[in-house]
Ligand binder design. Structure first.
Ligand code: GLA
Length: 733
C-alpha cells in the first residue's frame, strides 16, 4: 500500500477511510512526517514530491539524496527533543546516562487488517461494526535502545482515524518517558481557532473557542480523572468554521485519567495539536514496553456538525456494547427526592408514585448502606443498613418490583471513608503519601486500584451487592479527585505510574464486572460529569451528565457534551423547581423538552409535584418511550449555540436548538432563554435534511427539505422566560 514511484519521491504511507485520507511521508527514508490530512485523495504522486526545507538559524540535516532540511520545519508524527527540533515535543525522555535527547528515525512499517490495540486500555470493541480496517504500524528507533511503534487504523465505513504509540526498551539500561502523546499532528499554516471544553462541577463541558496563537495552549488534568475542569478533547478549526461548514481537525483521547490536550502554532505559524497522558513518568526496564492510550482523530470539512457525526457514529458502532443503546429505561432516581433519607418504606412509596410518571427503573441512590447518614461515613462497607431496609436490598427490589419498576443501586466502589471498617482493616489499600496525612475530598479517601488485591475485593463486593439486590442497573459514582497519589503496592520506580495504573485497574474491574453481569447497565458518574470519555463508554452505556439539573444550565452542558458523545448516552433528568443547585424555576415543559433528546429520567419526588406538572412529566416519558430506539440511532444535529446559530439574528445568541434526524421522524427542540418585547417572527433552519417531505405531527403542515433548510420552522415568540418549543416531523411521501 506504500507509494513511491520514482527515486526523487519520498515514501508515502497512505491511510484512507470512507471520507478522509491521512498520508505519512518518510522524508529521505528517515523522518516520519505527516504530508496530508483531508478529504479522501488519490493524488499520491503530487504528495510524494520531495522538497528541501530550511530557514536561517535552524539546525540542518543533509539527506542521502542531497536535500537539506531542518526538523523544526517538518510536521513530525512524534517530535522529540533532539536533532534540531525547537518546538514542543510529544514526550520527554530521560536515559540512564543522563541524556534527555533522542532522534527518532524510520526503520520499517507494515500494513494489516486487524487493528492492534493498546494493552489494557479500551479503544475499539472487538465486534465493532466499522467495516474493514486498514492498519499501519510504523517502526522508529531512537538512541540508546529506544524503539517507538506508531499505530494507525482506519475503517471502510467510518470517518475516524485511530492512533496510539508503543515505546519499547531494547537496551540493557532503564530509561524514562514522561507524558507521552497518543497522537501528535502538524497542520499547514492557516488562520485557525482552537475549540475545547472546560468547566467545573455542575458546569461541565462549556464550549470555548479562541484564536490559535503562537505557542502551545494546553489543558490538562492531574487529579487522576479527566475531571470537571476539562475534557480530553481538542479541535483546531479554520476561523469561521461553524456547525455546517469549515474545516475541523479534532482529537479525543480514549482515556479516563490524567490527560493533556494541546494545540498551538509554531514559529512558522504552522499549527500543531496533540494529546496524551499527563503527570506520568514511566520507567522502562530492559525489554519492557509502554502503550499510550488511543486517540480518535476526525477531519471534517462540514464543520463541527460533521466532526460530531463522525464521533457519534464511532461510539455507536465501535465503542458502546452492542445492544446496550436499545430500550433505554426511563430512570427515576432517589437522590434529589430523598438525599440520604432512604428506607424500604420510603422507596416503596416513591415507586408507587413513580409508575404513573412513566418511570421504568428506580435507582436507589446514596444512603442505603452501613451507617451512611450523610457524606462523612461508611464508604467501603457495602453491607445493607437493616434498620432502614429490614428485608435487605432484596426486599427493596421486591417492593419496587411490585409497582412494575426495575431496580437499580448506587455504589461508589473506588472510595473509602476514613472511619470505615475497610479503611481500618486495610490501611495499605488506601491511595496516599505515607509521609503526610491524606487530603480528604467530600470526607473520603480513594482505594488504590493499582493494587490487584483491591480489584479482587471490589469485584467480590460489587458482585455481592448485585446478587443481593437483583439490581439490573448500577450507578457507579466517583466523587473526589486524587491527591498525593502514592501506591503502597508499587515499587519506588513505579510510583510515576501510580495514577495510570489505577486507571488500568479500573478498566480491568469494569471489564470483569460487565462480563460477569451482562444484564446490568453500569452507569458512569463522577460528581456528575467528572469522568466522561471514550474509554469508559466501553463499559457505561449511560453517563450521569452533570449534578446540575436546572434545565437552562443543562442546555450548555448537554450541548458541549455532544461534541464527542452521542446524546443517547447522556443521562438527563427532569428535576423539581426551584432547582436544588441554582434556585431557578423553569416551566415543566421546558424541563421535559431539555431532557428528551438524551436519556430521559426524573430527579424529583412525584408526591411533591402538582398534578399539572406530573402530567407533563408523564407526557415526556411517553414520548421518550415511543421514540427512544429511533432516537438512539438518529443523527444528532446541533442547530443553535456557541458553534453556530441557525436562529434569526444574533440578538437571540443565547438560544439553543438541536434535532435528531431519525429513520421515520425528525425531532426538533428549541430553547429560548429570555423573552423579549415586540419580538419579530423568527425561523429555525434545519440544514442538511434528506430530500423529501416532512409533516408536522402537531399542525399537519407539510414542508419539503428545501423550505426547512432555507427558511426553517416558524418559532412562537416566547411569552415568558425559558420558553421551549418542539416539533416532531414525520417523513412523508
Ligand atoms: C454524586 C452524584 C449524585 C449523587 C450523589 C450521592 O454527587 O453525582 O448524583 O449520586 O453523589 O452522594
Amino acid at each position: 500500500m506504500e507509494h513511491k514511484s520514482t527515486a526523487s519521491q519520498d515514501l508515502l504511507l497512505p491511510l484512507h477511510s470512507n471520507q478522509t485520507s491521512y498520508v505519512l511521508a518518510v522524508v529521505g527514508g528517515r523522518y516520519v512526517t505527516q504530508r496530508y490530512w483531508g478529504q479522501a485523495t488519490e493524488s499520491l504522486d503530487a504528495l510524494a514530491a520531495v522538497t528541501s526545507d530550511t530557514a536561517p538559524y535552524l539546525t540542518t540535516q543533509t539527506l542521502a539524496d542531497g536535500r537539506t532540511l531542518s526538523l523544526d520545519r517538518l510536521p513530525l508524527e512524534y517530535p522529540t527533543l533532539g536533532a534540531g527540533r525547537l518546538g514542543p515535543t510529544a514526550c520527554t525522555t530521560r536515559f540512564s546516562d543522563g541524556a534527555r535527547t533522542t532522534r527518532l528515525e524510520y526503520r520499517g512499517h507494515s500494513y494489516g487488517t486487524q487493528p492492534e490495540l493498546p494493552v489494557g486500555m479500551p479503544l475499539l470493541r472487538p465486534d465493532h461494526e466499522l467495516g474493514g480496517a486498514t492498519c499501519l504500524r510504523v517502526e522508529l528507533v531512537g538512541t540508546r535502545g529506544l524503539a517507538l511503534q506508531l499505530h494507525y487504523a482506519t475503517f471502510d465505513n467510518a470517518a475516524v482515524l485511530l492512533r496510539w504509540a508503543r515505546f519499547v526498551n531494547h537496551s540493557e539500561e532503564p530509561f524514562a518517558i514522561t507524558d507521552p502523546a497518543a497522537a501528535w499532528v502538524g497542520l499547514p499554516a492557516a488562520d485557525y481557532e482552537r475549540v475545547y471544553l472546560a468547566g467545573r462541577w455542575a458546569h461541565e463541558r462549556q464550549v470555548l473557542r479562541a484564536p490559535l496563537v503562537s505557542g502551545l495552549q494546553r489543558i490538562e488534568s492531574s487529579g487522576g480523572a479527566t475531571g470537571h475542569q476539562g475534557s480530553p478533547f481538542v479541535a483546531v478549526c479554520a476561523s469561521g468554521a461553524d456547525e455546517q461548514q469549515g474545516r475541523v481537525y479534532a482529537a479525543a483521547l480514549s482515556y479516563s485519567g490524567n490527560y493533556w490536550a494541546a494545540a498551538g502554532c509554531n514559529q512558522y505559524d504552522a499549527a500543531e495539536l496533540g494529546l496524551g497522558v499527563a503527570k506520568l513518568e514511566t520507567t522502562l526496564l530492559p525489554g519492557e514496553s509502554f502503550d499510550t492510550p488511543g486517540a480518535v482523530l476526525v477531519h471534517s470539512d462540514a464543520g463541527f456538525g460533521g466532526m460530531s457525526a463522525a464521533y457519534h457514529d464511532f461510539v455507536r458502532r465501535g465503542v458502546t456494547p452492542r445492544g446496550a443503546r436499545a430500550g433505554r429505561r426511563v430512570v427515576i432516581n432517589t437522590w434529589e427526592a430523598m438525599y440520604f433519607d432512604v428506607s424500604e418504606h420510603n422507596t416503596a412509596a416513591f415507586a408507587e408514585q413513580a409508575t404513573p410518571l412513566g418511570a421504568e427503573l428506580l435507582v436507589l441512590d446514596d444512603g442505603w448502606f452501613s451507617q451512611r447518614r450523610d457524606d462523612t461515613s461508611s464508604l467501603g462497607d457495602w453491607d445493607t443498613n437493616t434498620e432502614r431496609f429490614p428485608a435487605g436490598l432484596g426486599g427493596a427490589q421486591q417492593a419496587v418490583g411490585r409497582h412494575g419498576l426495575d431496580f437499580g443501586i448506587w455504589m461508589e466502589p473506588e472510595m473509602v471513608s476514613p472511619d470505615s471498617r475497610l479503611a481500618t482493616e486495610h490501611p495499605d489499600w488506601v491511595l496516599g503519601d505515607p509521609q503526610q496525612p491524606a487530603a480528604l475530598g467530600r470526607g473520603q479517601l480513594i482505594l488504590d486500584l493499582a493494587n490487584p488485591e483491591v480489584i479482587d475485593h471490589l469485584i467480590g463486593e460489587v458482585g455481592r451487592v448485585i446478587r443481593e439486590s437483583q439490581a439490573t442497573h448500577v450507578k457507579w459514582d466517583m466523587n473526589r479527585n486524587m491527591s498525593d497519589a502514592y501506591s503502597r503496592a508499587l515499587t519506588p520506580e513505579q510510583q510515576g505510574e501510580a495514577m495510570h495504573r489505577y486507571i488500568l485497574g479500573l478498566y480491568r474491574l469494569l471489564g470483569q464486572l460487565t462480563t460477569e453481569f451482562p444484564q446490568v447497565t453500569f452507569e458512569g458518574c463522577a460528581g456528575g460529569g467528572g469522568r466522561i470519555d471514550l474509554a469508559l463508554a466501553h463499559f457505561h452505556p449511560r453517563f450521569w451528565t452533570s449534578d446540575m439539573t436546572d434545565a437552562y444550565e443543562r442546555l450548555e452542558i448537554q450541548y458541549g457534551s455532544t461534541l464527542v458523545m452521542p446524546p443517547e448516552l447522556l443521562g438527563a433528568h427532569v428535576s423539581t423547581v426551584p432547582n436544588h443547585q441554582i434556585g431557578r424555576s423553569t416551566p415543566a415543559r421546558t424541563r421535559v423538552l431539555a431532557a428528551l433528546a438524551f436519556w430521559y429520567g426524573f430527579e424529583l419526588d412525584p408526591a411533591r409535584e402538582t398534578q399539572a406538572d406530573r402530567e407533563i412529566y408523564a407526557w415526556g416519558a411517553e414520548l421518550f418511550r415511543r421514540h427512544r430506539d429511533e432516537m438512539a440511532e438518529a443523527r444528532f444535529v446541533r442547530l443553535a449555540g456557541t458553534l453556530g446559530a441557525a436562529v434569526g439574528s444574533g440578538r437571540r445568541a443565547a438560544d439553543r436548538a438541536w434535532m435528531l434526524v431519525g429513520a421515520k421522524h425528525v425531532f426538533v427542540f428549541w430553547f429560548a432563554v429570555l423573552a423579549e418585547p415586540d419580538s419579530v417572527p423568527r425561523f429555525l433552519r434545519l440544514p442538511s435534511l434528506p430530500a423529501g417531505w416532512y409533516r408536522d405531527q402537531a399542525t399537519g403542515l407539510r414542508y419539503d427539505a428545501a423550505l426547512l433548510g432555507s427558511r426553517g420552522l416558524a418559532l412562537d415568540p416566547p411569552q415568558h422566560d425559558y420558553a421551549a418549543q418542539h416539533w416532531i416531523l414525520e417523513r412523508a411521501e
